[in-house]
Design a protein around this ligand. Sequence first.
Ligand SMILES: [Zn+2]
Length: 445
Amino acid sequence: MRPRLASERFHEALYGTIQLLRRRPLARCIRQLEEWERLDPAAFGRLRAARLARTLGHAKAHVPLYGEGAWREALHGRTLDLRAWPVLTRETLQSRFNDLLARPPIRGTSYRTTSGSTGQPLRIATDPAGAAWAWAGDYRGLLWYGIRMGDRSVSLRPRTEGPWAEWIRNRYAVPATDLSDERLAAAVRHLQTGKPRYVWGYTSAVVELARHARLLAPNAPRPLVPYAKVFGEMLYPFQRRQIEEGLGARVISTYGCNETGTAGYECPAGSLHIFADHIEVEILRDGEPVEPGEMGEIVLTCTTNRAMPLVRYRVGDRGRLLPDPCVCGRHHPVLADIEGRVGDLLLTAAGERVHGTAALGQVLKQALREIPATAIARVLFEQRDQLTWTVLVQPGPGFDDGAARALVDGVRAKFGAECRVTVQSVAEIPREPSGKFRFYRAARD
Ligand SMILES: [Zn+2]
């Protein structure tokens, strides 16, 4: 990787100062997190426990929702026992927003509305310190790869800030919701001339950039950019490969949701760590903790946002915590085998329920062995009923009848030979209401 530039140090200092003026001590939080990473396991465990206890005490004392109903019944004298707290659902977060705000209000609290993956709007309040911690957590993940705040980047996010704000952050911003060929071509040129240290964005947008890089600059030396951080959408193995091949970049996957912000990062050893100094993670089945290593629903408690403390929030994804620590030596727990929203179950012809992520990920992986990697720009598998499938394809160079047949055969091999599978070429794959892309969905009535 190229040496750090003086301009990158300048942008680091500039951005840090501006955040400080907004009462967000970002640089201090990052230094603190770096120090905590050097603690031994026992000291790190005590730190986690102390932060959790403080969060639970604050939540019980200052947040109206946690003083009534199910919480009031469950928490008699057991406030500091996380397992006594009822699980908080997305529906409660939506319907009881005001009662989840700490009283008295914390000065400088900011509010944002997200569409969420289902298109149902969700409001989130964050106090300035909570925001600083959240951003610091994100930068700490980048530090694992030697990337610092202020380093040059290319972003592919749904919303871009104004030109001034992007300049302060030393960022070349491409709007992920409007990825025209011209914009992507310009971004590929920027990778070659601007030498950013990393690109980051929605998974599907980074894949799209990688695909264009492969088409437009096939002979340029790789890496075009050393690192590619993805978020917002699931990262499937075939997409990781597309990014690696197109950009020559090391892919850094992350985990998080709108409600908590970035909750974890992939480490250089390839494990997805949940930032335990910010977020307590539990895996539950039917409301009870599973055995170590077992799959279940992911439940998060954020220990940094005091304006709207989310305690035992069920994010709607499934996964498991690995029982053994990562070889990299970091103390943060490792989350594995993440599956998207719990509702994403598909049916085989025989009526068996399977999770779409794993099954269709394999279908695509297999198909991409037989057809050129550029042939499928985007794809959406839709299950209409138990036996009927439509596969929408936004075709790229090399897409032909053979490629379509590979997709049909793949679905039949996985879901049953009697499935009727129609492949349709479309100019553009539709987005979810949230603006994100998915590559499969159950469109059953
Ligand atoms: Zn690790």
